[in-house]
Design a protein around this ligand. Structure first.
Ligand code: C2E
Ligand code: MG
Length: 498
């Protein structure tokens, strides 16, 4: 544009010079030519100023437009559109020169709780801090973009070896081990990273993104804060896992879950005063599905939080019915580690207890020994909060070899449930029998009640009594029963019911 304006100015100047000379030649008025020349010069200057001003405005407009169209408003990283353009460009180039590039798709593991607990302003500053740290991690010609709320991409252009992708992913993980300092908070951030490589995992932008997304999903399932390269096998696995997630969400929405109740007999008075709630999935066309078929999956995908909340509410609802019928009513509920670690867990439990107006002491939470002992420091404060709500606490599947006596002393626990693998051995293995006796004595020293699990025959029951165990649960006493069948069972046994 500037060029054209200067050319135009020169033409006008030339025309003015020619006109001046013509006037000088054809008229006798000679002293005007200096004036005309001056005018011509002025014309050039004006046109030049106009041209350069316009140029500057256009440049500014273009930069502002580019900022809106291709930059993320918060972090100034490339936005989705710019990332897409960049990938399309390097695909075209890589096709020609046979080079490789990698897409690292980063999904933040814990952004929602940060936003929920500290507010959106802090959340925004966390994203800014993340963007800055990511930018500092990559090479000059690599690209960092923000492609969603808490989703980022790093594109490593022209890599010879996929090992560079591995090194960069590792660097991201290591770098975020140091918390971010945001508005006076020290905030820990971690990422699950999926990696796809051009052309090994796809030759189109969309297929490369899909591959990176699948790998990222797997990194999440593997426990987050890690990375995964895409493979074909992963594709199958993730498809199955996503189908299962959809089916479980549908099961919750369509009330396909049901609780069975397995009675526990109390040796003190030979009555049934406690039952354990055990979930089943009434899957259309598949019959009753056992928890081992879907609870591990629900734990991985964190759907256990909503399924677990349903279990708690349903158990409390049933507890109310038991109370109203004047039947033995303590209900034990199995709790997964993910639930215990959920900041909303105590509130969810309390709300269910309040909604159904039951005595909190009628609810017992069963927590597996294996995870209690692994995460004991983090869990102990939660256990104290639960105690304050008034529920009872039990260690489930005890005796599989995880417990440390030092920790046992510190745990606020009411009940030990001895694992059925040990109870199965008490008739045939002297050492296991002695171990069960020792666990029982230990439990009593710490004022805990001791329950034998997996009591399958009368001799298990007799031996449990001899070893001073307090109560027993197992197929010999009763199988897990639907609530109505449990009512009939009480009647048959002549339990005190109204
Ligand atoms: P668990 O808490 O150890 O539950 C006892 C399991 O042993 C139940 O299996 C029960 O049916 C079975 N069982 C009871 N008596 C006997 C017996 O005499 N012999 C044998 N061989 N087995 C017996 P189920 O119902 O399949 O549950 C398996 C596991 O699934 C439970 O183990 C618990 O860890 C988990 N689970 C069940 N319901 C829930 C739930 O609502 N939430 C969570 N997070 N986990 C649950
Ligand atoms: Mg249990």
């Amino acid at each position: 544009m500037k060029k054209y304006c200067i050319v135009a100015a020169l033409i006008v100047t030339l025309a003015l010079v020619v006109t001046t000379l013509y006037i000088v030649e054809t008229t006798s008025v000679t002293y005007y030519h200096g004036f005309y020349l001056l005018l011509a010069l002025l014309n050039t200057v004006i046109l030049y100023i106009v041209a350069t001003t316009k140029e500057r405005d256009e440049q500014q407009d273009y930069t502002a437009l580019e900022q809106i169209a291709f930059r993320d408003a918060l972090t100034s990283l490339l936005n989705r559109r710019a990332v897409d353009n960049f990938i399309d460009k390097i695909i075209a180039r890589s096709e020609r020169d046979g080079s490789k590039f990698a897409i690292l798709y980063l999904d933040m593991d814990n952004f929602k709780p940060i936003n929920d607990t500290l507010g959106h302003d802090v959340g925004d500053n966390v994203l800014l801090g993340v963007a800055k740290r990511l930018r500092n991690l990559v090479r000059g010609n690599d690209v960092v973009g923000r492609v969603g709320g808490d989703e980022f991409v790093i594109i490593l252009d022209e890599i010879n070896e996929s090992s560079l992708a591995f090194i960069t992913a590792e660097r991201v993980i290591q770098s975020f081990k140091k918390p971010l300092n945001v508005d006076g908070h020290r905030i820990s951030v971690s990422f699950s990273i999926g990696i796809s490589i051009y052309p090994d995992n796809g030759v189109y932008r969309l297929s490369l993104f899909k591959a990176a997304d699948i790998a990222m999903y797997q990194a999440k399932e593997n426990g987050k804060n890690g990375y995964k390269f895409y493979t074909n096998e992963l594709d199958d696995k993730v498809k199955k896992s996503r189908t299962m997630n959809i089916a479980l969400e549908q099961a919750l929405a369509e009330e396909q879950f049901v609780l069975l109740y397995q009675p526990r007999i109390n040796f003190n008075n030979n009555h049934i005063q406690e039952v354990e709630a055990l979930i089943r999935w009434k899957r259309p066309d598949s019959g009753l599905v056992a928890p081992s078929e879907f609870i591990p999956h629900a734990e991985k995908s964190h759907l256990i939080l909503s399924i677990g909340a349903w279990v708690i509410n349903e158990a409390c609802r049933q507890c109310r019915i038991f109370c109203d019928r004047n039947e033995p009513t303590q209900i034990s509920i199995n709790i997964s580690l993910i639930q215990l670690k959920d900041p909303d867990f105590v509130a969810t439990l309390k709300q269910a207890i309040d909604t159904h107006g039951i005595d909190a002491a009628l609810i017992e939470l069963e927590m597996s020994e294996s995870y209690l002992m692994q995460e004991v420091e983090e869990i102990i404060p939660v256990l104290h909060k639960l105690r304050a709500v008034g529920v009872k606490l039990a260690i489930d599947a005890f005796g599989k070899g995880y417990s440390s006596m030092g920790y046992m002393k510190r745990l606020p626990i009411d009940t030990i449930k001895i694992d059925r693998s040990l109870i199965n051995e008490i008739l045939i293995n002297q050492k296991d029998k002695e171990l069960v006796a020792a666990i029982t004595a230990l439990g009593h020293v710490m004022n805990m009640s001791v329950v034998a699990e997996g009591v399958e025959i009368d001799k298990h029951l007799e031996m449990s009594k001899k070893l001073h165990i307090d109560a027993a649960q197992g197929f010999y006493v009763a199988e897990p029963l639907e609530a109505d069948a449990l009512h009939d069972f009480y009647k048959e046994r002549g339990e005190k019911i109204s």
